[in-house]
Design a protein around this ligand. Structure first.
Ligand code: TYM
Length: 331
């Protein structure tokens, strides 16, 4: 079976972008692949360095993973820093990563835009650590959203550079989406993607109450309505339809598409439906996650068991990488 790795940073509440871009795919793949899913706590330290919040954030992501339906008996669920092999592979891969190529990674450029100080080296080498997460298990598929594509390209470059220099060790991993196309879940304000740090009212979190979800959807931008049959949709309306396609039944989507095309659509009705269907998705996850978070001891056990599972494959890879690079002084 193919090996799959993916992770989410512990920087706050998970949202529908994380759910549809990443977690929904984890849910399917855990049944068909050898899966390693982790909480990327080291990566969160590139931007979020609050020691008191980190622990709660890590356990929250773990709880949300489980609440969404990830099964610790099927997939290895662990925390990045519980696997020291990743950190060592990261160190080794750093020797193969060029400063120039790291500076060109779009996500890095975006993060430092307008900044002249406080840009730490961890931010620059973020993709190297991510490559280490993936290559430590010699994974081939990485279920992620569209924003992660440049990082996967970097992981492939590092893998092939290692293979060329030291002999074959790493298959080249690809960003994976079941639909064939990597997803970008739009934010509710019509600007960019849903994200943890952007405008909170434009992002639906898995922890949001029913009322808050209704309020956020109600506030989402619309336009004056279609002015003629079969007219193209404005970006705001396009986004609402995109979200509808993610959470609603195909018949529902077809109903509103048709209403749009023949100019009978009422945006209030569309929003009501969208809110209802989002609530149906989010409510059980929110309630389960809240329960799970009360029982840190159980989460701790799951974390430890997951790390043990991940450890075997990580140790093997690291040993090979060290030895192939010449770190074998006991022979
Ligand atoms: P993070 O925490 O930013 O995002 C976690 C996952 O959610 C996806 N995602 C989205 N997908 C679609 N639409 C959106 N609006 C949206 N917002 C977020 C992201 O694409 C991602 O899949 N670097 C990773 C964490 C990581 C990782 C790894 C992933 C560290 N090491 C190794 C895979 C393999 C990240 O930014 O996570």
């Amino acid at each position: 079976r193919e090996i799959v790795v993916s992770g989410i940073r512990s920087t706050g509440f998970l949202h529908l972008g994380n759910y549809f871009g990443a977690i929904r795919q984890y849910l399917h793949m855990q049944h068909t692949h050898v899966c390693y899913f982790f909480v990327a706590d080291y990566h969160s330290l590139t931007t979020h360095q609050d020691p008191t919040q980190l622990r709660a954030n890590v356990y929250r992501v773990l709880a949300e993973y489980l609440a969404c339906g990830l099964n610790p008996d099927k997939a290895a669920l662990y925390v990045q820093s519980d696997l020291p092999e990743t950190a060592e592979l990261y160190l080794l891969l750093n020797m193969l990563a060029y400063k120039g190529e790291l500076e060109k990674v779009p996500t890095f450029k975006e993060k430092i835009r307008g900044k002249h100080e406080g840009i730490n080296a961890g931010l620059l080498t973020y993709p190297v650590l991510m490559a280490a997460d993936i290559l430590i298990h010699r994974a081939t598929k990485v279920p992620v959203g569209k924003d992660q594509e440049p990082h996967l390209e970097m992981a492939r470059n590092l893998a092939s550079r290692f293979n060329q220099k030291f002999g074959f060790l790493f298959p080249e991993p690809v960003a994976f989406s079941e639909s064939g196309e990597l997803l970008k879940v739009p934010s509710l304000d019509g600007k960019g993607k849903m994200s943890k740090s952007e405008n909170e009212m434009a992002t639906i979190y898995l922890a949001d109450s029913d009322d808050l979800i209704r309020k956020k959807i109600a506030r989402a931008k619309t336009d004056a309505g279609p002015q003629a049959p079969n007219s193209p949709k404005s970006p705001e309306i396009e986004n609402l339809f995109l979200l509808l396609k993610l959470v609603s039944a195909p018949e529902t989507v077809a109903y509103f598409e048709q209403a749009y095309d023949n100019c009978t659509i009422r945006y209030g009705e569309l929003k009501q439906q969208l809110a209802d269907d989002m609530i149906n998705l989010v409510r059980p996850i929110r309630e389960r996650a809240a329960e799970l978070q009360k029982d840190i001891e159980t989460l701790k056990k799951i974390r430890k068991t997951g790390a043990e599972k991940a450890c075997a494959s990580a140790q093997q890879t690291l040993q090979l990488a060290r030895s192939m690079m010449g770190i074998r002084y006991d022979e």
